[in-house]
Design a protein. Structure first.
Lengths: 357, 345
């Protein structure tokens, strides 16, 4: 049965595979093309004299897929723009606005307390209008609010991710009672009334602490609370993925070479978890933005007079019937931000793991 | 072919079945339930048996990826049955494994260079010619282009991936390679290439193989000796030609008769001679008493349920042909399970 001549030629191993040039099809081409058309065959045909062939890592493949996804790229652009706005807040305000806490009574109709002019006082001087009664520049407050919102969202996502990865990996990899304990803690946290707890907690922590001013000490508290309640979402994903990866033969192969557990965790498992971790971190950020806005709306987030999107919405409740623009602008900002992050996160997931859809 | 590289006595691996909150053990899957084997330096020992008979578990015990429940594994005179991970580390250089599934045995996030150099790095093996050159030499050795160094596993076909797995196993220049169904996931044409590659490497590097497979023709091609497993036990072990010509254990007879015959002229006869076993493989959680095969054996008698037959020489077999059966099959014996000729259309 095995009288085939001894040969080390592997050419026939790839015969019949699709040619690599399929990949240059238009954006309507299936995103799985990149996967199903390995370029290994091309390498066999080429002579050894040709330049060193660099393989395309999954990262590069994902990037190619992501580039084709216009919606995700749109979301990504908005996200980058928002981050730039947050970082450049002082510059933007200096160029286009007025200090966020500066009152402009001259912009306010003294009788009704509403902004002068149509659409909430939008003018070339106040590009997003002014706040009713006080006359503060809405643009400046939105820009500084972006700073707070994004800081809280990113840092709490980071906290969630770090905790989630550590606990998820331990639970999945060690199994046994460690897994049992961590899984129960995750169930507990997921069932916990996060919002009520946050309200209770925030009202007892000091107004200023650790040498930070009121704004940043509250940001710190929010990061801790939101980050702590967010980790089970990542932890469950990481645990599940680890459970399935642990059984793969490459882990056994590493063991059979004498690799110790830390090496297996860091070198073998973590690179395979990078994609889901990245995706769920991106998707947890919009949730955090919403939570921060909700807490600020309820008065336990960023303390006034510091600007925050949720706080602005809360202020707008009193005046929305006479000055609706003051409610529409922060609302729309939150909407656009959350939508952009979600679209980008979804696109990222599709690009990194087309099978997960 | 005299020195015993690997000696296994009474090897057992039971996987506990737990229940309830406190993980109370309610039973055990007796995946490997007392096997005795020796592997001589330079030979290829084939390990065959149907799915779930404990072949792969046995292989993982030999490489000590798993720790045996009982029994002894002696490698080159050293008892390795209960060595810790750290104690095993230096020995890992001498025993390597080739895995069944070329798709899951290579980490998809690592380049081929990283995968093949991993054993060298883990074991701190100096590479005077440089790590990259060392890997490229290994790639050439298994018939892959050295330029593939920077590529990822998903860019290769199954056969090529299996070659990468072989290169990785060879990196440490081991003495013993446990090949766990290395070709069963491949196309038949590629199987031949990989099997031939394994044979070439064996003669080049004086390798000893334990070749685990369920494909009897592959085993016949590559092995010097063959052990037949059933439900965690070795039923018969013999030199290849001896076993294929003169199977003694009824299970071996049934297994051999199930090999498909490609020649239509001979197929008629083969079908007539096919031994059809009835029933399913009993559960390894609760294996039958006495002889494990008795529930499906046409020769079973009362003694089979009471007394477990030892793995010894039967009848006038040559040395090294051991059978665990009270009633070994003699040549040209009328086998009750065989289909009558008349049914054959």
């Amino acid at each position: 049965m095995y009288h085939a001549p001894v040969t080390v030629d592997s050419r026939c191993a790839v015969a019949g595979r699709g040619p690599a040039k399929q990949m240059s099809l238009g954006p309507e081409a299936s995103v799985t093309d990149d996967k199903s058309a390995p370029t290994a065959d091309a390498a066999d045909v080429r002579g050894p004299a040709e330049k060193v062939i660099a393989g395309r890592s999954l990262k590069q493949i994902a990037w190619r897929r992501l580039k084709k996804d216009k919606v995700a790229i749109g979301g990504g652009v908005v996200v980058i723009l928002l981050v730039l706005v947050a970082i450049l807040a002082p510059v933007l305000v200096a160029l286009l606005g007025h200090p966020p806490d500066e009152y402009h009574q001259d912009q306010i109709d003294a009788t009704f307390g509403t902004p002068k002019g149509s659409f909430g006082g939008i003018s070339s001087d106040f590009i997003l209008g002014v706040e009713p009664t006080s006359g503060r520049d809405v643009f400046s407050r939105i820009v500084y609010g972006a700073q707070t919102s994004l800081t809280v969202a990113f840092l709490s996502a980071l906290v969630s991710t770090i905790l989630g990865v550590i606990f998820g990996l331990s639970a999945g990899f060690l199994g046994g009672w460690v897994d049992a304990v961590i899984s129960r803690v995750m169930d507990f946290l997921l069932a916990f009334p996060q919002l009520l707890f946050s309200i209770a907690l925030v009202s007892v922590v000091p107004y200023e602490m650790l040498g930070l001013n009121a704004r940043w000490s509250r940001v710190l508290v929010l990061v801790c609370v939101i980050g702590f309640f967010g980790w089970p979402y990542i932890g469950r994903i990481v645990r599940g993925q680890t459970l399935s990866l642990r059984e793969r033969e490459f882990v056994e192969a590493a063991r059979s070479m004498g690799a110790r557990s830390p090496r297996i965790l860091v070198r073998e498992l973590l690179p395979n978890l990078a994609a889901p971790i990245l995706v769920y971190t991106t998707l947890i950020i919009p949730t955090n933005i919403l939570t921060e806005a909700a807490l600020s709306f309820l008065g336990v987030g960023i303390p006034p007079p510091n600007p925050s999107w949720g706080g602005m919405l809360s202020d707008a409740v009193a005046t929305y019937s006479i000055s609706p623009m003051y409610m529409i602008i922060p609302g729309a900002t939150i909407f656009i931000t959350v939508l952009a992050f979600n679209l980008f996160g979804d696109g990222l997931r599709d690009a990194l793991d087309p099978k997960a859809r | 072919m005299s020195e015993n590289l690997l000696e296994v006595t009474g090897l057992q691996k039971h996987f506990p079945i737990t229940k309830g909150l406190f993980k109370r053990q309610v039973g055990a899957v007796r995946a490997v339930d007392g096997i005795d084997l020796t592997v001589q330096a330079g030979e290829t020992l084939g390990l065959v048996g149907e799915s779930g008979c404990g072949k792969s578990t046995a292989g993982r015990l030999f490489t000590r990826i798993l720790e045996p429940t009982a029994g002894k594994i002696v490698f080159e005179g050293q008892d390795i049955s209960h060595k810790s991970v750290t104690q095993m580390r230096p020995l890992r250089r001498d025993v390597q494994m080739i895995f069944q599934d070329p798709y899951s045995s290579l980490n998809p996030r690592h380049t081929i260079g990283t995968i093949i150099s991993a054993p060298l790095q883990i074991q701190n093996i100096p590479t005077p010619q440089g790590l990259k050159t060392a890997v490229q030499e290994l790639l050439e050795l298994v018939g892959l282009s050295p330029e593939h160094y920077n590529r990822y596993p998903h860019e290769f076909s199954g056969g090529q991936r299996q070659r990468i797995g072989i290169a990785r196993a060879l990196a440490l220049r081991p003495k013993l390679i446990i090949a766990d169904e290395p070709v069963s996931a491949l196309d038949v044409s590629i199987q031949a290439q990989v099997v031939n590659l394994l044979e070439d490497l064996q003669s080049e590097f004086d390798l000893t193989y334990v070749f685990i497979a369920h494909d009897l023709s592959v085993v016949r091609h590559i092995s010097d000796r063959v052990a037949v497993m059933y439900l965690g036990k070795v039923m018969e072990i013999a030199h290849r030609d001896d076993l294929y010509k003169n199977p003694r254990h009824p299970y071996t007879v049934a297994l051999m008769s199930a090999v498909p015959v490609p020649d239509p002229v001979r197929r008629d006869r083969a079908q007539r001679d096919r031994v059809l076993l009835t029933g399913d493989v009993p559960s390894p959680i609760n294996p039958p008493s006495g002889c494990r095969f008795r529930t499906r054996c046409w020769k079973a008698q009362d003694i089979c349920a009471v007394e477990e037959p030892p793995l010894v020489r039967r009848l006038d077999d040559p040395d090294g042909h051991l059978t665990a059966c009270h009633f070994p099959v003699v040549e040209d014996e009328a086998v009750a399970g065989r289909k009558p000729a008349t049914i054959n259309v």
